[in-house]
Write a protein that binds this ligand. Structure first.
Ligand code: HEM
Length: 146
């Protein structure tokens, strides 16, 4: 028995540590999704975001050949899902999409800054902004490649 208990505890610890980040931090309700104005609010936000990305000298070069309607649609689905809304992101995985874009930490930070400007412009409550950023931040591991 003395051997069984530590083994059992270790297995439990392994389970908790091994649980994907997604399962640990998934929003339990859709309050963040509601605060963003549901799907229509998210889409308007992503349109504004895309236009700001194209207007900002730090991020514009990355998006010079990007189809606006497609990116807005994919981002809307993704942020809808991340905020607890009734969507399932079906676009390409983050590592695959960004692999060849040569994105540095400072590029990632610039994009986040532009997103914050957009969220402010659309009047998204500060708490909801932070909740969304907390969901997106861990993705940096798959996006920053140098
Ligand atoms: C948390 C941060 C980010 C998220 C959630 C995100 C999300 C996405 C999504 C959902 C797509 C579309 C995938 C598809 O079409 O299947 C995409 C594409 C793209 N992302 Fe990101 N991204 C992030 C950061 C960045 C950064 C930092 C850059 C560059 C500064 C960047 C540049 C691009 C470009 C250029 C495309 C379009 C590629 C193409 O034209 O096909 N992304 N991203």
């Amino acid at each position: 028995m003395r051997r069984v208990i530590p083994a059992f505890l270790l297995a439990c610890a392994g389970f908790v540590i091994g649980t994907p980040v997604d399962a640990q931090t998934k929003p339990a309700d859709d309050s963040v999704y509601q605060a963003f104005g549901q799907k229509a609010g998210l889409q308007a936000l992503m349109e504004d975001f895309f236009d700001r990305l194209k207007a900002d000298a730090r991020t514009a070069p990355f998006f010079k050949d990007t189809n606006r309607a497609n990116l807005v649609e994919q981002l809307t689905e993704q942020l809808c899902q991340e905020s607890g809304g009734p969507c399932v992101y079906k676009g390409a995985p983050m590592d695959k999409v960004h692999r060849d874009l040569d994105i540095r930490k400072q590029d990632f930070n610039a994009l986040v800054e532009v997103l914050q400007t957009s969220m402010d412009a659309k009047g998204v409550p500060f708490r909801a902004q932070n909740a969304m950023l907390a969901r997106l931040a861990p993705m940096h591991r798959d996006i920053i490649t140098r």
